[in-house]
Design a protein around this ligand. Structure first.
Ligand SMILES: Nc1nc2c(ncn2[C@@H]2O[C@H](COP(=O)(O)OP(=O)(O)O)[C@@H](O)[C@H]2O)c(=O)[nH]1
Ligand SMILES: [Mg+2]
Length: 449
């Protein structure tokens, strides 16, 4: 659902978490990214522009609350603005109620009626379905089949040409059911006789909810349609179906939100379980690929810690002190999309092959193996690997259950790396520039190439 929009937005968030710090250039870039993502996701141009303007203005003018970094704050703003364009959440009631579904042909009314029946049934309510579609020949059979699947009674009068008659009968015959769901006829367009029919049914049923069912593939048109139905018969909510496989879901959702009508459910497939109660906050969380805002900010903070760690390691490398513990940390960093990886990759004198094959590709596997070996080393050995000679190697191998050859391989790798660090130290110009950039917080190693 909305795969590409979600993907683009997730990339934007990633860009923020990885960035050195938040400055005007980053904000502008991020705003442009979001704008492009929204437009590609069929969100209406003015709405997309308004959202990106809001993000930019707030990011530049507002101060983060105490204790929150600029980076977290920028993510928070984006999150809030995205939630805002999806409108307000409508609480669904689990009390006895009558629900009437309206909408044009083929939008998913009948399917949704059965999905809702299952939804309320699962909440422990007794549910009945009422087939008021008198236009489509097999409408009753379709609903009956769906109802049978979930053991929900379906009321209808096959052959009856007047939906009003069916509704009146149903109000008597099915009155004991706690939730009554009325499926109605569609039309190709919102024609006068459809409006009349809905108004009459509304009069007879006196529904608690009138939900307009719309297909996500109509995209931004959903806004106009929601408004037309609302003006004509008054709706209490919108259900957007076929959110699966439609790239225009973002357009439909946001367009409906601008009309003020809340989206209540979304349909996400042909099965009767494929319906979700729509909550804008949760929806955006999922779109951005995280549990909620807290989790998202957590990830951002973790990245920050990684960066701090990387800086400390850099400091140690520069100071010429470098031991097995540092190496361990570097490996750990390299197995993540951390900043150190970026540092090492961009150092001009390191051939890609040096770190590529030996460290990154296999780093996880190797890390696990080396971790076991290092766990068998004494603190002294880790700090000062030079003292590890044959008898210590034998002891470490035995203690870790690894071969002596593996312990030697680890030490060899350490020596190779230490040599690299020495070379790096010899390059004074590079070191000075690195240090300066690190202090400024704007580490741009690409510039050294
Ligand atoms: N993929 C997908 N198909 C759906 C969804 N909702 C309904 N459909 C399909 O859309 C078609 C029309 O649905 P139907 O309920 O008969 O629409 P109605 O004319 O408004 O009653 C059927 O083939 C349904 O299986 C949905 O959420 N996802
Ligand atoms: Mg139908």
């Amino acid at each position: 659902m909305l795969d590409s929009l979600g993907e683009s937005l997730r990339n934007t968030i990633r860009k923020i978490t990885k960035a050195g710090y938040v400055d005007k250039a980053l904000i502008k870039e991020v705003v442009r990214d979001i704008q492009r993502a929204l437009l590609k996701g069929d969100v209406e141009v003015h709405l997309a522009l308004k959202l990106s303007k809001n993000v930019e203005k707030r990011a530049l003018e507002e101060k983060p609350p105490a204790g929150m970094s600029h980076r977290d704050f920028l993510i928070k703003i984006i999150y809030e603005e995205l939630v805002a364009i999806l409108g307000k959440e409508k609480e669904i009631s689990l009390k006895p109620q009558k629900i009437m579904l309206v909408g044009l042909y083929g939008q998913g009314k009948t399917t949704t009626a059965a999905k809702l029946a299952k939804f309320y049934q699962k909440k422990g309510l007794s549910v009945a379905l009422i087939a008021c579609d008198v236009h489509r020949p097999a409408a009753y059979d379709q609903l009956k089949q769906l109802g049978d699947k979930i053991n929900v009674p379906v009321f209808g009068i096959p052959g009856e040409r007047d939906a009003r008659v069916i509704a009146r009968e149903a109000m008597k015959k099915m009155k004991d059911y706690q939730v009554k769901i009325f499926d109605t006829s569609g039309r190709h367009a919102l024609e006068e006789d459809l409006i009349e029919e809905i108004k009459d049914l509304k009069e007879i049923i006196s529904p608690d909810e009138i939900f307009l069912v719309m297909d996500a593939t109509i995209g931004q048109q959903a806004g106009k349609q929601a408004k037309a139905f609302h003006d004509a018969v008054g709706i209490t909510g919108v259900i957007i179906t076929k959110m699966d496989g439609s790239a225009k879901g973002g357009g439909a959702l946001s367009a409906v939100a601008t009309t003020g009508a809340p989206v209540v459910f979304i349909g996400t497939g042909e099965h009767l379980d494929d319906i979700e109660y729509f909550n804008p906050t949760r929806f955006i969380s999922r779109l951005l690929g995280m549990g909620d805002l807290e989790t998202l900010l957590e990830t951002a903070r973790e990245m920050e810690i990684e960066e701090e760690k990387a800086e400390k390691i850099m400091e140690r490398m520069m100071s010429g002190k470098f031991n097995l513990k540092d190496m361990y940390e570097i490996w750990e960093q390299m197995s993540k999309p951390g900043i150190l990886q970026k540092i090492l990759y961009s150092l001009p004198f390191l051939k890609m092959g040096d770190i590529d094959k030996n460290m990154v590709e296999e780093s996880e596997e190797k890390l696990r193996r080396y971790r076991v070996i290092m766990d068998s080393m004494t603190y002294e050995e880790l700090e000062n690997p030079e003292i590890i000679k044959a008898s210590r190697i034998r002891r470490i191998a035995r203690g870790s259950g690894k071969s002596e050859r593996e312990v030697r391989a680890l030490l060899k790798e350490y020596n190779r790396m230490k040599k690299m660090m020495k070379q790096m130290r010899g390059n004074r110009k590079l070191m000075r520039a690195l240090r300066k950039q690190m202090k400024s917080g704007n580490l741009d190693l690409m510039g050294f190439k």
